[in-house]
Design a protein around this ligand. Sequence first.
Ligand code: NAD
Ligand code: AHE
Ligand code: ZN
Ligand code: ZN
Length: 369
Amino acid sequence: MKSRAAVAWEKGKPLTIETIDVAPPKAGEVLVRIVATGVCHTDAYTLSGDDPEGLFPVVLGHEGGGIVEEIGAGVTSVKVGDHVIPLYTPECGVCKFCTSGKTNLCQAIRATQGRGLMPDGTSRFSLDGKQILHYMGTSTFSEYTVMPEIALAKINPKAPLDKVCLLGCGITTGIGAVLNTAKVEPGATVAVFGLGGIGLSVVQGAVMAKAGRIIVIDINPAKFEMARALGATDCINPKDHSGPIQQVIVDMTDGGVDYSFECIGNVNLMRSALECCHKGWGESIIIGVAGAGQEIATRPFQLVTGRVWRGSAFGGVKGRSQLPDYVERYLAGEIKVDEMVTRVLPLEQINEAFQLMHDGKVIRAVIKF
Ligand code: NAD
Ligand code: AHE
Ligand code: ZN
Ligand code: ZN
């Protein structure tokens, strides 16, 4: 079938809107009509060429909401008409990772996903006979996309897809990092580096965890109003300080924070986030994704003296079994999503959505097909 899609032909170049060919779903696969998709910084990161796994030409996008259009042979867990959120972290339920009870990082299809292909090693996308690759197993910048059954969370159809698409990455990642990865306790002091869709969702998660103090750090002071509205207690712009930002935070917290979250993808700030943690117990969670060749550094003494460095992918959330409940909590008013949608644009304006994110003018731009 034909589908409107934004295609990234090469790194660093604007996307172009094309009418691509989408092949029908094979066994175990599902064709989904994407209703809306967020634009996450990770899409920009891969488009920039910084992603060591970045491949072109490709249909980017991984923060979508859609409706099942057609199912392949043997698909039993979803049917035509079901509302779904695509999962870049699938959940097969049977692999070593899924059964470990220790991680959400299902590896059943990770190898082919990382090569931009479906599990059988081929792509369902093409244009004029030329192969176009999938991205993160989701490719939500196409009106019609194909993904494995294990990469779909079936959700309550009452939830507006042009809002809950953001639970496909940003909001779930931030809240989950607080509740699942860090397990922030009531009264804890938290520092959040970077106030995009991820960092503001960490703020929301910290409020849900009843953190006592939520310190936010961003070089764009325009982000502070939203952070305060969500529950941040202290806003810091590093540009207002001459010394290292970790020292500023240590000084204002009697020795450091209990938990910090890096939500930017900057290895220098990952160090700051670790080093602003309290001696003996402070934990820093890396969420930001850094470019090829970048490495983190600190004095080992920082860890010897009790600070802990962790990472979090998709907030530690198991998509098929746990994401539907995030949607229910949104419907019950417990998770804020609407506030994060600061622009809605048609697919034709997707490059503007990227620009608005780079300019810090949106929390999330949502593309509506
Ligand atoms: P975003 O662009 O919307 O927000 C980034 C924020 O960081 C902006 O507010 C910006 O002003 C701020 N910032 C940039 N440089 C700064 C600096 N030097 N000091 C202080 N603040 C600075 O991005 P996003 O969509 O929120 O994504 C944030 C990061 O999280 C990205 O690296 C993204 O790839 C990553 N991410 C990771 C996961 C995961 O599962 N681990 C999921 C989603 C996104
Ligand atoms: N491809 C990059 C890593 C990118 C990365 O870390 N992705 C996150 C999700 S970001 C969503 O916005 C993730 O879940 N990673 C786990 C995984 O298996 O990819 C690289 O460095 O190669
Ligand atoms: Zn993302
Ligand atoms: Zn698995």
